[in-house]
Structure formats: C-alpha cells, structure tokens
Design a protein around this ligand. Sequence first.
Ligand SMILES: C=CC1=C(C)c2cc3[nH]c(cc4nc(cc5[nH]c(cc1n2)c(C)c5CCC(=O)O)C(CCC(=O)O)=C4C)c(C)c3C=C
Ligand SMILES: [Fe+2]
Ligand SMILES: [Fe+2]
Length: 335
Amino acid sequence: MTPPADHPPIPRPKIGVLLMNLGTPDGPDVKSVKRYLGEFLSDRRVVELPPIAWQPILRGIILNTRPKKSAHAYGLVWREDGSPLAAITRLQAAALKDSFGPDVLVDWAMRYGNPGIAVRLQAMKDAGCERILLAPLYPQYCSATTATANDKAFAHLAGMRWQPAIRTLPPYHDDPAYIDALKQSLEAGLAGLDFEPDAIVASFHGMPKRTLELGDPYHCHCQKTARMLSEAMNRELTVAFQSRFGPAKWLEPPTDDTLVALAQAGKKKLVIFAPGFSADCLETLEELSIRGRESFEEAGGTHFAYLPCLNDSAVGIAMLRTLLVRELEGWLKRG
Ligand SMILES: C=CC1=C(C)c2cc3[nH]c(cc4nc(cc5[nH]c(cc1n2)c(C)c5CCC(=O)O)C(CCC(=O)O)=C4C)c(C)c3C=C
Ligand SMILES: [Fe+2]
Ligand SMILES: [Fe+2]
C-alpha cells in the first residue's frame, strides 16, 4: 500500500556484510612479515599453548628466523595490487557489492594486519548499518580461523553502547552451492589442461592433531567436502594437509610427502587444488604451485598443474552471493 503523502516511507535499516579473511603482511619485507606473524602467532586460538611457555619461543626464536624466509616467499607471489590474499578479498567484496546494489554495504577486513576487523566494523556502524552479517570466508570451520575472526568482531562490539544486530555466516563445507562451484571450477580447469591426470590432490591447510582431539570439527569438515566433491564429479580425490608448522603432530597425510609418494608410485601426472581457501594466497601460490611442483618433479613427476581457488571468478562470486542472501533472509525483504 502506498503511504499517504504526509507519511513518507520509513527508510530501511542499512545492511552491512563484512567479509573476513585471515590476514597478511602490509609488504613482502622482513619488518612487515615480523609484525604480522607476531600478531598472528600470539593468538591463543592459533597456538594453544600458555603464553608463559609460548611467548619466549615466539619472540626468542621464531620471530628472529621465520620472517626472513617468509618475506622471501611473499616476494615470489606479491602482485601489483598487493598481497594476493588481500587483493583477491578486495575484489570479492567489490563484485558482491555490485551484485547487491545500494541496499547492502559490502566491505572486507583481515583478522591480522590491515584492514583490521574493528576498524571496518566501526566504519560500517558509522555508515549507518543497523544490521551486519559477519562472513568469515572459511568453508570449513576451525577455531583457529572462523572462531577467532568472529571473536575479534565481538570484542569490538563489546565496547559499543548501541550495537548493530549481528548474524554470522555458518561454515559451508557441505553446502551444495559450494560443492557445485568447486565442481564447475575444477572441471573447467581440467578441460584446459593438455594432459589427463593420474591423480587429483585436494590440499587443505593443516592444524595440530591435538585440536582435532579437543573437538574441533575442521578435519571432519575437510573430509566431507572432499567426499561430496568426489561423488559430484565421479572422480577420485586424494586428500592431504599442508603448511605444517612447529614440532607438534599435525593432520595427516602431509601434502609435501603425498606429492613425493604419488610420483614415486608412478602417478606422474598430477593436478592439485586447495578447496579450503576462498582466495589464493601464500599457502597456495608459493607452497603448492611453486614448492609443490618442485618436489613432485624432483621425485619423478612429469606433469603438474595447480588449479586456482574460486577467488573472484563468476562461479565463486555467485556461490558466495547465494550463501549471503540466505543469511540475510528477512533483512533484505523488510518493507
Ligand atoms: C601456527 C599454527 C597455524 C594454524 C593452526 C593455522 C591454521 C589455518 N590457517 C589457515 C589459512 C591460512 N594460513 C596462512 C598462513 C600461515 N599459517 C600459519 C600457521 C597456522 N595456520 C603460518 C605461520 C602462516 C604464515 C605463512 C608463513 O610464514 O609461512 C594463510 C596465508 C596468509 C597470506 O598472507 O597469504 C592462510 C590463508 C587455515 C584455513 C587454517 C585452518 C586450519
Ligand atoms: Fe595458517
Ligand atoms: Fe606455508
């Protein structure tokens, strides 16, 4: 019903969507990497050790050795528009913003480094958003990623007198829209190759085994994603876990050992992809695409292809939009 002229329509509350990813250094230099790793590895959701035991190791050893090695690795993948993780997350936010139009403000933030979650959340509130969807861009839930991103947002909200209403995007590891997007992306990638692979490796970021034993669902979420994708594509997938860090036992099998074992077992033509990363980053572009290729070829592999993450591809953005629209249900439709 059209309101009478003396009663103008009540403006709709502004809605915000904050995409959140892990974080990355400001530059591929040792100082920036040290600052970033110091913040990241001091998060007790990431390294679950008492600070009194961990901080001396972190400050005394790790932050004096790792930044140099990592800065070199970042230098190999850095783009004109910055760190791949930040650049791609920015592109994802821009594409989603275009797809929603003026009713929804879409922004992005990083759990560690810049732009920070508190700063971008405050900017959304200041722009008049009364309802905000926090969207950690991790398909598989992990306390070291999903929970800590949400924690950071809620810590900032804790200081607000007048809080916006908040929703959080649930993990989407078994969502048909996500599985279908991976299938489409992988099939397009495979169709563009000049070889038929003997093995396809789905490499997920690893985490300490202890985290699984303490009840984190991440490992089960990864296995379910791989099983559903394998069934949808009717192709065998080899699951492996990358990025091992420190002396503790991590999820198995490790991606690096798996690549060598496959080459040695005569699987000489290999495709690898990283379904758990919503954007390409150091862990995919350097660890898989550069170092993974080297170790596979050194072990006798002849053909190697790394297929990119969903990133800001049309299929990836359409999938994210589907997930976000579902979570905005009732907010978008209000008159
Ligand atoms: C120390 C333990 C770590 C846990 C647990 C962990 C979990 C975890 N991480 C991601 C996603 C990413 N991690 C990235 C980099 C990265 N991760 C760790 C350590 C742990 N990750 C380190 C030390 C680093 C830094 C890289 C280095 O110095 O070599 C990144 C890439 C960041 C970038 O700038 O490109 C992502 C993304 C997930 C999903 C996850 C859950 C199990
Ligand atoms: Fe990590
Ligand atoms: Fe790595």
